[in-house]
Design a protein around this ligand. Structure first.
Ligand code: MN3
Length: 199
C-alpha cells in the first residue's frame, strides 16, 4: 500500500515463478524492499507538487534533466520496475512469437543477432541500469540506459526490459551478470508482453 499517487503493480505471478533464474529470495527483496522504496520516496518527493496527479510517463518527461531529481529518479524507477516484472513470466524465454518475431527478423536479421545485441547491451551497461528492446520509427532496436533513465526521453517506445542493477541478480548469480542475462533470455522473457507493447 502507498500513501500518495504512486503505487507499484501487483505481481502477476508467485514469488517462486521465476526460480531458479530469479529466486523467491531475490524477488521478494527486489519487489518488497527496492521497488517499494522507490514508491515511498517518490510519493514523498511528489507530495504537494503540481506533478502529483500526472501519469508516471508525464512526470518522467517533465522532470528529465531538471533539478527535480528526487521526483525523476524515484518515479522512473517505479515505472522501470513495473515494466521489468511484466517483461518476465514463468516458462518464458526462447524464440519470440507474433508480430515481435517478424519485426526482430526485419530489424536485426534474426533472433540470434537480436540476442547477441541485447546481451552485449546488458553486459556493457557500466554500473547500474537497464537494457531494453524498443521500437523507434517502426524498427526495433536494442538500447541501454543508466540508473533510472528510460527510453521515452529518447523518443523510443519500450517493449521489454532487463534490470542489470546488481540487486536484481547478486543474491542468485553474484558477479556473473552474463549468466543472469543468458538465463533471463532463455527462461523468462515474456514475448506476449512485448507484443502487447508493440500494439
Ligand atoms: Mn531493480
Amino acid at each position: 500500500m502507498s500513501n500518495g499517487p504512486l503505487s507499484k503493480i501487483a505481481l502477476p505471478y508467485a514469488d517462486t515463478a521465476l526460480d531458479p533464474v530469479i529466486s523467491a529470495h531475490t524477488l521478494s527483496f527486489h519487489y518488497a524492499k527496492h521497488h517499494q522504496a522507490y514508491v515511498d520516496n517518490g510519493n514523498k518527493a511528489l507530495a504537494g507538487t503540481d506533478l502529483a496527479d500526472r501519469s508516471m510517463i508525464d512526470v518522467i518527461k517533465a522532470t528529465y534533466k531538471t533539478d527535480k531529481t528526487a521526483i525523476y529518479n524515484n518515479v522512473a524507477q517505479v515505472y522501470n520496475h513495473d515494466f521489468y516484472w511484466l517483461s518476465m513470466r514463468n516458462g518464458g524465454g526462447g524464440q519470440p512469437t507474433g508480430a515481435v518475431a517478424d519485426k526482430i527478423g526485419a530489424s536485426f536479421g534474426g533472433y540470434d543477432q537480436f540476442r547477441a545485441e541485447f546481451t552485449q547491451a546488458a553486459l556493457t551497461q557500466f554500473g547500474s541500469g537497464w537494457a531494453w528492446l524498443v521500437e523507434e520509427g517502426g524498427a526495433l532496436k536494442v538500447t541501454k540506459t543508466a540508473n533510472a533513465d528510460t527510453p521515452f526521453t529518447a523518443g523510443q517506445k519500450p517493449l521489454l526490459v532487463i534490470d542489470v542493477w546488481e540487486h536484481a541478480y547478486y543474491l542468485d548469480h553474484q558477479n556473473r551478470r552474463a549468466d543472469y542475462v543468458a538465463a533471463w533470455l532463455d527462461k523468462l522473457v515474456n514475448w506476449e508482453f512485448a507484443n502487447q507493447n508493440l500494439g
